[in-house]
Ligand binder design. Structure first.
Ligand code: EPU
Length: 419
């Protein structure tokens, strides 16, 4: 298992390119199951989660070829309808193949994802929606088995806003007979990117990006070509890194307009973030002001930026309160930040952070994707050496973050070790 070793204290200076979005790529890969023909997707990030969804598709008999961020996916032949436990357990988003398989092939068997470090993360709303569209769902031996003649349009109202739930049912509805209405739908940019792909494939969708999405089912879809949007969470993580090191960096391909809540909060801490030419200039301030944050579905402050923002607040001048409203156990980074000297107290779903003068390097352990990012950025700002183990979590969702930070002047290296 690789480790990352950082000697903190270097200011980040320079230019860096934001990679394609993980959470847009995953449902878009699953969407290729909806049609015959070869799709071509550009700007796909090099990540472990992308390799996992590619394996899930290959296991279904789909042809998947990827090179330099471009993926050709051809689901003309789907020879199997099962996504096995071994693949799904490593990545929950694998469940997204269920709806497209039922919609096009009329049946599917997909392992239930099981528990997750950041919360229970049930998929009841995904299944409720597929049932409302006429699928017969059985849970047997840890698998969801779904069958349907042609799915039929339905009125579905989510009682909790769910990103992949919205994406899942939007995909299934494209081939259903009649109209599907999704109420209280997720409005995330990744949902909008998926809708763009589906529309290019011939789907009739209106309202993606609002809380009401309407899909008029069609008989069949066709393959398409698409460039994945840049990753707003990677961009936000790089911004926090600059904020923690009094850096001055320029982000290329930064999805500025999809990051309003994050940019607003970072500016409140004293950072300067402004469009500059094709990119975005990010300048850290000498004093980090403390700011309160509450995670919310988009367009609110994203839960996927909460851990990194907490690191920033650990070095602020004052007290800040961070409230996590999306996942019940997403403070797993706190223990490790405390070991680096952060002053954080947890009360229920709230973290109370008293800023300290400095963090000190320590041996820490990554426990999930965004937790590992928060420890990396903590290491950049800490005095001395920070050694982060279990960085496979980081590699699931950040394309070569260590190399990008090194390119900006960080003293960071990866030590490769055999498993
Ligand atoms: N929920 C239910 N029932 C459901 C589905 C969700 O109760 O059937 C609950 C969840 O337990 C949670 C809330 O609804 O409390 C919202 O979860 P959501 O379904 O929106 O999360 P997700 O779709 O599983 C995606 C991202 C996550 C991101 C969340 C929230 C992908 C592949 N994953 O997950 O990304 O944190 O939305 O924005 O898009 C990450 O990239 O690190 C990551 C975890």
């Amino acid at each position: 298992m690789d480790r990352i070793i950082i000697r903190g204290g270097e200011r980040l200076i320079g230019e860096v390119k934001v990679s394609g979005s993980k959470n847009a790529s995953l449902p878009i890969f699953a969407a290729s199951l909806l049609a015959e023909g070869e799709n071509l997707f550009h700007n796909v990030p090099k990540l472990r989660d992308i390799l996992t969804i590619a394996r899930v598709l290959k296991n279904l008999g789909v042809k998947v070829q990827g090179e330099n961020g471009a993926y050709r996916i051809d689901a003309t032949e789907v020879s199997n309808n099962e996504a096995p436990y071994d693949l799904v357990k490593t990545m929950r988003a694998s469940i997204l193949v269920l709806g497209p398989l039922v919609a096009r092939m009329r049946k599917a068997r997909v392992s239930l994802p099981g528990g997750c470090a950041i919360g229970a993360r049930p998929i009841n709303l995904h299944l409720m929606g597929l049932e409302a569209m006429g699928a017969k769902i059985d849970l047997r031996s840890g698998y969801v088995e779904a069958k349907a003649d042609r799915l039929k349009g339905a009125d579905i109202s989510f009682d909790t806003t769910t990103v992949t739930g919205t994406e899942h049912l939007m995909m299934a509805a494209t081939l259903a007979k009649g109209k599907t209405v999704l109420q209280n739908a997720a409005m995330e940019p990744e949902v909008v990117d998926l809708a763009s792909v589906l529309k290019k494939m011939g789907a009739k969708i209106e309202g993606a990006g609002t809380s009401l999405i309407e899909i008029e089912g069609v008989e069949s879809l066709h393959a398409t070509e698409h460039t994945i949007i840049p990753d707003r969470i990677e961009a936000g993580t790089l911004m926090v890194a600059a904020g923690l090191t009094r850096g001055n960096i320029k982000l290329h391909r930064c999805p500025f307009h999809n990051m309003e809540a994050v940019i607003h909060k970072l500016r409140e801490t004293g950072m300067e973030i402004d469009p500059e030419g094709e990119g975005v200039r990010v300048i850290g301030s000498r004093r980090i002001r403390s700011v309160d944050v509450k995670t919310q579905p988009y367009p609110g402050f994203p839960t996927d930026m909460q851990a990194q923002f907490m690191t920033l607040m650990s070095l602020s001048r004052g007290l800040s309160i961070i409230t996590e409203t999306i996942f019940e156990n997403r403070f797993i980074h706190v223990n490790e930040l405390q070991r680096m000297g952060a002053d954080i107290r947890i009360e229920g779903n709230t973290a109370i952070i008293q800023g300290v003068e400095s963090l000190s390097g320590a041996q820490v352990m990554a426990t999930d994707l965004r937790a590992s990012a928060s420890l990396i950025v903590a290491g950049l700002a800490a005095e001395g050496v920070t050694e982060i183990s279990r960085v496979y979590h980081l590699d699931r969702g950040y394309e070569e973050l260590d190399k990008k930070l090194a390119g900006l002047g960080a003293n960071i290296k990866r030590v490769k070790e055999k498993d």
